[in-house]
Structures are given as C-alpha cells and as structure tokens.
Design a protein around this ligand. Sequence first.
Ligand code: S6P
Ligand code: ZN
Length: 191
Amino acid sequence: MKKIILPNIYYSNGLLIGNNVEKVVRKIKDLNGLFDDEASLNKIDPDTIVYEVSSHLEEKEGREGGLFFGITYLYPGKVGNEYFMTKGHYHAKIDRTEYYWGIEGEGVLILMDEDRNVCGEKIFPGSLHYIKSGIAHRVANTGTQILSFGACWPSDAGHCYDTIAKNGFSARLREINGTAVLEDSKKLLYV
Ligand code: S6P
Ligand code: ZN
C-alpha cells in the first residue's frame, strides 16, 4: 500500500499557512516615490500598511523549472486621487510570464510593455490574468475592501524594480469624478 499524506501548505480562510511561507509588508514609508501627490502623502501615517504578500517559496530563487506562489492583500485607500497600489515590476528575466487571479475585492491590473504602452484589466473574484513576456505589472485597489489576488510565477523570473522606480508607469490609476481612470502620467521621465 502506498502512503497518502497531508500537504504541507494550505490556503485556508484567505491565508497561506505552512512551510516555506514568507511574508512581506509594504507600508507607506517603504514606498518612496510611488505616489505623486506629496502633499496628500505627508498627511498619511507613514506606518499605514498598503499591502502584504504571503508567498510559498519552496524552490531556491533562480532555479529554472520551479514555480512560486503568492497571495497579495492590497488595502483600500488613496493618496490624493491615486489608488493604493503595488510597486510594480518587470521580471529580471524579462521573458518570464505569470498568472494572476482575483480572489476578493476589486481593482485593476496595470500592464506596461517595454515601449511603455499601458493597458488595464479589471480584477475581481474569479478573474484570471496571464501576464505575457516583457510586461511590467502592478495592481491598484479601486474598492472599499481588501483586494486579494493570487500569483504564480517561475522561480527563475526574479524581479526588476529599478526601471519602474526610475521611470514609473506611463499611466496612473486615479479616481476622477467617482470613476477609476487610467490617466497618462505627467511625470514622463522616459524621453
Ligand atoms: C511576483 C508577483 C506578486 C508581487 C506582489 C507585490 O512576481 O508579481 O507576488 O510580487 O503582488 O507586487 P510588487 O510589485 O511589490 O512585487
Ligand atoms: Zn511578477
């Protein structure tokens, strides 16, 4: 008789529990330069949590052939009229792809190619998003509750935050007249 064992990782009540789970917390004070309305930013407690990520990192970072799995919990909020969002990144190995899927709440997945063309996809419970090669990705929470979404990506993808930190996305997701609008960024540093 062969053994039937329990898995060593669970996704239960919205939480990732088990071995090799790592948690990252991103607060307002960790996100310098992300939001453009500095006056509004200075009115927010720097310890306000913008998002948390729980990741199941079973593989060695950089190993070809493995997968990583993560859940991001993005809190509702705005800095001025810009929604709380993740930093956003390209993958260090630029051709590595990724799946995102909506679990709870609502928001927009903002995608940008290497020529800085931007588009947005709505995220909601059950939505599925395939992020193709060479596409930077960022998520903004447009709702009034936590937006959580899953992610699965190759263990050799890596993360490149520098390009986004330096040049930003070419559009920002703002609330204008009560509606989420993907507006061309005024900070077009990419000339
Ligand atoms: C990893 C995947 C997600 C993000 C997370 C936070 O490839 O895309 O787990 O890491 O949503 O976003 P960011 O841009 O701060 O890594
Ligand atoms: Zn990614």
